[in-house]
Design a protein around this ligand. Structure first.
Ligand SMILES: [Zn+2]
Length: 598
């Protein structure tokens, strides 16, 4: 266990012993405040001496209101205590860790305001993200690396988050994406069964070891048919039968806990330090369940256990998804009576109701009544929209029904939409008229680049559908923030979403969101500072400022100057959450007990 993990648990024996020795060492190492504004007694240690961590000589994009680029930050007790354009005034003490950033680009910890991290942490098998593979060969290399680190015979799975569209058989030709074949999978994972599945329901593919286990196996009353090339159909419940089998045979509390830690590690490696989880479709434990199904009443347990043990690496905000076909929405009623919104600590807390408050927006009364219940209880509602208006005479799309219902509720509970920051998410087809209506009642939009994976241009004069229309939304001035909507239909990787928002180009290399591109500075702000507001935590999260929680990511390349294609390849080489180094690619040296008397 690292020292960071012990610190997150609260008490560290090693820290305690170091602390006892620190008094004598302090004078010798010059652990004193040198800032003119702080005239502390030099003999007595004060809480503001001895930063836990100093990062210096970087290009630190603070995302504060003035757009300050700092070079040094000092962190103590989980928060920034100094942010400087030059050298730190605070000196390193005997317990201070010092990182020389060597000019690296640093950004605030990325906040993902809408994803499904909890589903990712409940995947059966050793889930292996393929969202960052930019060719078939890269995907196979990722799987081969994974096979070397998991036990022999253990299942390696990739359940959602990727698409064959970016697994180019010929890297120079973006139309050549396809699944690996059974033989190709065998060549990199000879000793482990493998199963790769797209989106919610497949199609999927397996290798020889997996085919031996799955082919012909009767699950939920019907056999799974695996073709000779390892492929399993996405239709007829074929791929979901395989998924159900893996869930029923592999998942137990210990595996879920391991999978949860894997998901957190992956998030930290991307620099995503805070996640609003948007729940799951309620599992039925049949082949009708896809990758986005889980038990909404138990799936958080492995996460809560990890946090309880002090092992949590990233921050989690838990929304409660309610998608009831019953007009009376009895479970929502009980949730609102028996839970608290925005309740918990800095690492994990509850959020609002979402991304559904009821099943369907077009059922007269049901959606509106559910929204009323959420308002009456004083909670936030977050709903999703994937619709568009296909013609002037077609039925109104979901966002029109949602925003109309929110307008009604906002009149009945004056100002609720603005004061509780109600949200409509995704909005690929939203129009100027409805952006303006929602803005007028204080609404917020969650934007995502999810169309990157499988989006196609749709010729439509009424609204773009490869959206969201980022440019239109930002020009409108409505409150908005950025999200991934990972991990089934979209990647978690925020740098891919930033690529899509700034280029409008999909995984097949086709410009599908032309005229709606925003700048790198704009989308980074949506993912950081604006999302701090989105979380209702703007005093604590979203920018690098004195007093805020010390979350940041040191990037492996300069976000602001790399060519477009390299945006997708950006990774964090060091991620800090609450002053703890939760991801360290070992590129930078972390020095301790530094003698700094220059
Ligand atoms: Zn979602």
């Amino acid at each position: 266990m690292t020292q960071d993990k012990r610190r997150r648990r609260g008490f560290s024996r090693r820290n305690f012993m170091q602390g006892a020795a620190a008094g004598a060492a302090a004078a010798a190492s010059g652990a004193l405040l040198s800032g003119a504004a702080h005239a502390h007694n030099k003999k007595k240690k004060t809480p503001h001496q001895d930063p836990d961590l100093i990062l210096q000589d970087g290009r630190i994009h603070t995302m504060d209101a003035d757009g300050t680029v700092a070079s040094t930050v000092a962190i103590k007790d989980g928060r920034f205590i100094e942010v400087e354009r030059g050298r730190a005034h605070l000196r390193a003490g005997p317990r201070t860790r010092v990182v020389d950033l060597r000019g690296r680009t640093v950004v605030p910890g990325i906040i993902d305001n809408h994803n499904h991290l909890v589903l990712m942490g409940n995947r059966p098998g050793h889930h292996t993200p393929l969202e960052n593979a930019h060719s078939l060969a890269e995907a196979l290399a990722v799987l081969g690396d994974r096979a070397r680190e998991v036990p022999r015979d253990a299942w390696i799975t990739t359940i959602g988050g990727f698409h064959t569209n970016h697994l180019y058989a010929n890297p120079a030709d973006k139309t050549t994406g396809r699944f690996p074949t059974l033989a190709e999978l065998d060549s990199v994972t000879p000793n482990n069964p493998v199963w790769l599945s797209i989106g919610f329901n497949g199609p999927s593919v397996t290798n020889s070891a997996g085919r031996n286990i799955l082919n012909g196996r009767v699950v939920d009353g019907q056999p799974i048919n695996v073709a000779a090339d390892g492929s399993i159909s996405g239709g007829g419940g074929q791929s979901t039968r395989a998924l159900l089998y893996l869930r029923q045979t592999l998942l137990n509390p210990e595996e879920r806990r391991r999978s949860t830690l894997d998901a957190m590690k992956y998030a930290a490696s991307l620099g995503v330090t805070t996640h609003i989880d948007q729940g799951a479709f309620q599992a039925t434990n049949t082949a009708a369940d896809g990758a986005a199904h889980e038990d909404n009443f138990t799936m958080h347990f492995p996460f809560l256990e990890v946090y309880e043990e002090g092992e949590g690496l990233v921050r989690l905000r838990i929304n409660f998804l309610h998608m009831e076909a019953d007009d009376a929405t009895p479970e929502l009623v009980q949730r609102l009576k028996n839970a608290f919104p925005f309740f918990g600590g800095d690492l994990v807390k509850t959020g609002g109701i979402g991304e559904f408050i009821a099943q369907g927006t077009a059922v007269p009364g049901r959606f509106l009544e559910a929204a009323r219940k959420v308002a009456r209880a004083g909670w936030r509602a977050e709903v999703h929209s994937l619709g568009r208006r296909a013609s002037l005479t077609s039925a109104p799309p979901d966002f029109e029904l949602e925003i109309s219902a929110f307008e009604t509720v906002n009149n009945e509970f004056p100002g609720i939409v603005g004061s509780k920051r109600w949200v409509v998410a995704h909005v690929p087809g939203i129009t100027q008229e409805w952006i303006d209506k929602f803005k007028a009642i204080g609404g917020s939009l969650s934007l995502t680049g999810w169309q990157f994976l499988a989006g196609n241009p749709v010729t439509n004069t009424l609204s773009p559908y490869a959206g969201p229309p980022f440019r239109m939304i930002l020009n409108s001035g409505i409150n908005s923030g950025m999200s991934s909507d990972g991990m089934q239909i979209a990647p978690m990787n925020p740098w891919i979403h930033m690529y899509y928002a700034t280029t409008g180009i999909n995984a097949r290399g086709v410009l599908i969101n032309g005229g709606q591109q925003i700048t790198r500075a704009e989308v980074l702000r949506l993912y950081t500072r604006d999302n701090g507001w989105f979380l209702r935590e703007e005093d604590d999260l979203g920018s690098i400022e004195v007093g805020k929680l010390a979350d940041l990511a040191v990037l492996d390349r300069d976000y602001f100057s790399v060519p477009n294609d390299d945006l997708k390849r950006i990774r964090s080489i060091m991620t800090v959450v609450g002053g703890d180094i939760v991801h360290d690619a070992k590129v930078l040296r972390v020095e301790r007990e530094r003698d700094d008397d220059d």
